[in-house]
Ligand binder design. Structure first.
Ligand SMILES: [Zn+2]
Length: 472
């Protein structure tokens, strides 16, 4: 049993452009307000540093001085156009190229930013590339990562040190989430539509101030649509009003002062683009992720890799210890189960039952942030992610209504031949909704042969779980 990954499809904008033409000088640019944030500026910096050291290890960073320096120059030009009220001296905007084919870019809190090689290759001019970067810079300047945590109030992240925050990508949860799969699911932040709009508006203002045409940011959506247009209907069905974002950028372009001769195709842009296109083709983020998964287990599994599987796993102790996460989660855990804390979860397993392929006896708990925000659908999404990550498992039952953590929940059973010990593994997943709209889950895992012993243990654990998210 290992942690699941949640595949989200690449999306694209397909829309009709409608431009509202307004006399430029008559309307002031849209006022952007810094969202409420209970975290310190230094929290953004620390989070970004921690995450960027992981990104540097796990993503293929393109080590090409000419291309990287070019992206850094464009970045510096944009950073110097950040409005004074959003300049934060503690932030350090740094730019690197990820050797991936997807048209995407993402930024981490405090400034580290990653631009995919595929985006530079696909951009029709420097303005399109700069547009995506300006959008990402805006997420950083407005401190969206910690602002969103302030709003979500995810207790898991608070307790575990909000290690789970990474900046959203230009396409938010859709294509952006692809990159997130490299880490434990949910590692990448999906920003609210409100924040995406904010980053588009401020991004358009920064672009204009830096000598670009904000319409090129809107144009980049067209370029993306051109690449992934075939899958657009799926995206359209889950996002009402997709044209809104592009229209708002075009409207903002009417409100700001755009240079009569904006930066478009520069000789340097052409040179770097040619240079990148002449390199061996880059892998997609999905390919990179698959390879990373083959090479290592993810989530709390990483910490378990020191373990060795044994034929003689000790039965769960009849004595329990109390396990708690702050004051929002309390439960009983057999005394002889070790704890492994991951980014978004914790696993408990006895000696001999964990290793680099996950765990064979024990349980995992955690919080899943689903795509839909609807409990039933998010539970199903979570279960499908687990089935994908554990190809040997099959669904045994439908969803059953159960009491879990003293409230309404769902339970479902999976089973399959364990690739570790060859016998039948039973997996039961319990979920219940949190006030934040996220899903709390508990996954109970045991060999079928020892089901009788483990049933009693799991019942005791399930009955002991108390969630206190109402107090947050
Ligand atoms: Zn964004």
């Amino acid at each position: 049993m290992r942690k699941g990954h949640f595949v989200k499809s690449i999306s694209a904008f397909v829309l009709t452009l409608s431009m509202v033409v307004l006399p430029p000088a008559m309307i002031a640019q849209t006022a952007v307000k810094m969202p409420k944030n209970k975290y310190k500026v230094q929290d953004d910096v620390k989070l970004g540093q921690k995450a960027s050291s992981q990104v540097d290890q796990q993503f293929p960073i393109l080590r090409d001085a000419q291309a990287t320096q070019y992206v850094q120059r464009v970045g510096a030009r944009l950073v110097s156009a950040i409005p004074p009220q959003f300049r934060e001296p503690a932030f350090d905007y740094e730019f690197q190229i990820v050797n991936a084919s997807d048209i995407n870019a993402f930024a981490l809190p405090g400034g580290p930013m990653y631009v995919n090689r595929g985006m530079i290759e696909a951009a029709r001019n420097e303005g399109e590339m700069a547009g995506v970067m300006a959008h990402e810079i805006s997420h950083v300047a407005l401190r969206h990562a910690t602002a969103q945590q302030t709003k979500l109030n995810n207790p898991w992240n608070q307790i575990l040190g909000i290690g789970a925050i990474l900046g959203g990508a230009i396409l938010g949860g859709e294509a952006g989430a692809q990159a997130g799969q490299i880490f434990a699911a949910g590692y990448f932040l999906r920003y609210s539509r409100e924040y995406e709009t904010q980053a588009d508006i401020l991004g358009a203002q920064i672009m204009a101030d830096a000598g670009y045409d904000p319409r090129d940011l809107a144009g980049m959506f067209q370029t993306i649509a051109g690449e992934g247009g075939g899958r657009a209907p799926e995206w359209l069905s889950s996002h009402p009003d997709p044209g809104n974002r592009q229209q708002k950028i075009l409207a903002e372009a009417q409100r700001v002062e755009v240079s009569p001769n904006p930066i478009k195709v520069t000789p340097e842009f052409r040179r770097v683009q040619e240079r990148l296109r002449s390199m061996p083709p880059a892998k997609s983020m999905a390919q990179i992720q698959q390879e990373a998964e083959r090479g290592q287990s993810t989530g709390s599994g990483g910490a378990m890799s020191g373990g060795r599987y044994s034929q003689n796993v000790p039965l769960p102790s009849a004595r329990y210890r109390s396990y708690s996460v702050g004051n929002w989660l309390r439960m009983n855990v057999p005394q002889n189960w070790r704890e492994f804390s991951g980014q978004q979860d914790a696993t408990f397993a006895p000696e001999g039952a964990y290793g680099d392929q996950g765990f064979t006896h024990g349980m995992m708990i955690g919080v899943h942030r689903g795509q839909s925000g609807q409990f039933n659908r998010d539970t199903d999404e979570f279960v499908r992610g687990l089935l994908q990550a554990n190809g040997y498992l099959r669904q045994q039952t439908g969803y059953q209504n159960v009491r879990f953590a003293g409230r309404q929940g769902l339970a479902i059973q999976l089973a399959g031949r364990s690739p570790i010990y060859g016998g039948t593994e039973l997996v039961t997943i319990y979920t219940t909704p949190l006030r934040s709209g996220e899903t709390f889950y508990l996954i109970a895992v045991s060999p079928q042969q020892q089901a009788a012993n483990y049933d009693r243990t799991f019942r005791t654990i399930i009955n002991s779980v108390r969630l206190n998210d109402a107090s947050l």
